[in-house]
Ligand binder design. Structure first.
Ligand SMILES: Nc1nc2c(ncn2[C@@H]2O[C@H](COP(=O)(O)OP(=O)(O)OP(=O)(O)O)[C@@H](O)[C@H]2O)c(=O)[nH]1
Length: 242
């Protein structure tokens, strides 16, 4: 009897230790659009939780990360903030498009030219073999500048529909600002990136590197949503985990 008890204990401990620790998945999301539309501010807002006091034109690429928890799974959202200026893109452009999970196209609602450039950005994605299976969203930024809006929601929505993308209008500066009445109806920057992460998570179930027997290779985690932030931000030219 004593022996069978030990065997049961042994088998129990073996089963739990045979499970590899869950890996943190990384979702690489590239943020593209004309220079000055607010890509740096949007990515900073999501990762650091605030509007940056000062920004400079991005050279090559910056990337920022934030750890979130979705349905009990920790996921690292890695935002690649790409340079809008052509002269700062050339050497890096092929790196942006490697292993991309989602694309965020940004225009400035107060700048028609940035909206007119969108087809060229879409074309660039196409040229880098980004298939239609890669989720894309369209973000109109700076909607706090209500008196200067040049790109109406209806025109933007039409464009988004034509290209099968959801449209979000927001402000990196004052999302959800209710105090002064601006941006009352805008989407929160937080919600925009979390929507992309939820979409990616639903598309890509967690697959363990060594699936336990009988699990079918896929483990579905469930539980309460609890977003956490490491507020991480960093400037870099490459990323070892991508
Ligand atoms: N009012 C307002 N200004 C914003 C907003 N987002 C960004 N800006 C301003 O727009 C300017 C450009 O912002 P960036 O985030 O540097 O633009 P970018 O798209 O990263 O530009 P590049 O790095 O050159 O590609 C800065 O002066 C920001 O303060 C916003 O939501 N509202």
């Amino acid at each position: 009897m004593a022996e069978s008890g030990s065997a049961a204990e042994l088998s129990g401990s073996l089963t739990s230790s045979a499970l590899p620790p869950p890996r943190t998945r990384i979702f690489k999301i590239i943020v593209i659009g004309d220079s000055g539309v607010g890509k740096t501010c949007l990515t900073f807002r999501f990762c650091a939780g605030r509007f940056p006091e000062k920004t400079e034109a991005t050279i090559g690429v910056d990337f920022r990360e934030r750890l979130v928890e979705i349905d009990g799974e920790k996921i690292k959202i890695q935002l690649w903030d790409t340079a809008g200026q052509e002269r700062f893109r050339k050497s890096m452009v092929q790196h942006y498009y490697r292993n991309v999970h989602a694309v965020v196209f940004v225009y400035d609602v107060t700048n028609t030219a940035s909206f007119r450039s969108l087809p060229a950005w879409i074309e660039e994605c196409k040229q880098h073999a980004l298939g239609t299976e890669v989720p894309r969203i369209l973000v109109g930024n700076k909607c706090d500048l209500q008196d200067s809006v040049q790109v109406g929601t209806d025109v933007a929505q039409q464009f988004a529909d034509t290209h099968s993308m959801p449209l979000f209008e927001t402000s990196a500066k004052s999302p959800n600002s209710l105090g002064d009445g601006s941006c009352r109806d805008s989407d929160h920057v937080e919600a925009i990136f979390m929507t992309v992460a939820h979409k990616l998570k639903s598309q890509k179930p967690l697959v363990l590197s060594q699936p336990p027997e009988g699990s079918g290779g896929t483990i579905t985690l469930s539980g309460g949503r609890n977003d956490g932030s490491d507020g991480g931000g960093g400037r870099g030219w490459s990323c070892s985990s991508c």
